[in-house]
Design a protein around this ligand. Structure first.
Ligand code: PMT
Length: 325
């Protein structure tokens, strides 16, 4: 059985860098509201008869502001499809989900909705009542039903971030609040998190002016936060990180490195252009290749199926690194 003390101690330099990042970050707006929502949600799940497991799914890309009164920013690629689809499958598997997603990214149960503007999908009847146009009715109805069930069950909490600062601050809050969940807590880190940023204290206050000629800017490295999650915030939680590369040659090597370096239970390796069709799950027990067999299928169903089975083993036996029997 693995306990927090089995985790490698955190490198003091890495810890200091992470602490400096948080000390220098702008205050999280609405922090007390986020904490209140999280506490109420966690309390509710803790009281659920079945002792429901809880997963924090992170989704979408973080922005890196270039100015404090931000006009320009650098963005990380991610539509949020992976996180939204995975959330639906976690809910189906009996998990409560904290869905920490980028504002404006794909949301659970909305993936099949028409891309057309909302007003194009609706019409009014002669009596003035509102309806979906016939061609959209079935899709809208089934999305609405699935969503209403989850709302009635109280098993989905939406939290939103835009900037890198907000994402990491909120992840820290979720991590600390889920500590009491022990092994029942699961982190599924599918968000695309920037590796570079402009520290708040050196950031321009106002819009950067072009009159001064070409802009040269040095971006600092964002300290890696997974070790902090793994070793400080929620040391007993089951943690799965994702690795995205565009160079296949590098992908497996980096994903294997992340497994060892961060002490996570699994790393899901994916390449940008094939991410919807193929992933490789790297665990201490070995590698599992998952593929999408038809266009109607969501590869997330397989990813979540595989990882929830691993989480069950972890809950039962300990370290989540044993082979499934
Ligand atoms: O949203 P979609 O369009 O459907 O695409 C899904 C996806 C490709 C974005 C997703 O499957 C994915 O791979 N997400 C992780 C992308 C990413 O940020 O990879 P990375 O190599 O930059 O980071 C690896 C891990 O380190 C991530 O789990 C991240 O949460 C973590 N990290 C990153 C930076 C940082 N400073 N600290 C971290 O802990």
């Amino acid at each position: 059985m693995e306990t927090s003390s089995d985790c490698e101690a955190m490198d003091p330099d890495a810890l200091q860098a992470a602490e400096r990042f948080f000390d220098a970050a702008p205050p999280l707006s609405g922090e007390s509201d986020v904490i209140a929502q999280l506490k109420a949600f966690v309390y509710k799940q803790n009281r659920s008869e079945k002792g429901r497991p809880i997963v924090c799914v992170t989704s979408g890309g973080t922005t890196v502001p270039l100015e404090r009164r931000c006009v320009r920013f650098i963005d990380n690629f991610s539509a949020g499809n992976r996180g939204a689809a995975s959330t639906e499958f976690f809910l189906k598997s009996g998990y409560a989900v904290i869905f920490l997603s980028r504002t404006g990214s794909v949301q659970p149960f909305c993936r099949d909705l028409p891309e057309r503007p909302l007003l194009d999908c609706l019409e009014t009847a002669p009596d003035g009542s509102l309806h979906a146009r016939p061609q959209y009715e079935q899709t809208v109805l089934s999305a609405l039903k699935a969503h209403s069930t989850v709302v009635a069950d109280g098993t989905l909490l939406h939290l939103h971030f835009t900037t890198l600062f907000e994402y990491l601050q909120m992840l820290g809050l979720v991590g600390s609040l889920l500590e009491g969940f022990g092994k029942r807590a699961f982190f599924y880190l599918a968000a695309a998190v920037s590796d570079f940023y402009v520290p708040w204290e050196t950031m321009h206050e106002h819009k950067i002016q072009s009159a001064g000629g070409p802009l040269a800017m040095e971006l600092c490295n964002v300290p890696k936060m997974i070790p902090l999650l793994r070793r400080r915030w929620a040391p007993e939680a089951f943690v799965v990180s994702f690795k995205l590369e565009t160079d296949m040659g590098m992908l497996m090597q980096k994903a294997k490195g992340a497994l060892l370096k961060n002490g996570v239970h699994a790393v899901v390796a994916n390449e940008l252009h094939t991410r919807k069709d193929k992933v490789v799950i790297i665990e201490a027990a070995g590698e599992t290749v998952l593929t999408r067999d038809s266009r109607d299928e969501d590869i997330e169903e397989k990813i979540v199926g595989h990882l929830t089975q691993r989480h069950r083993l972890y809950l039962k036996h300990g370290n989540g690194r044993e082979r499934a029997s």
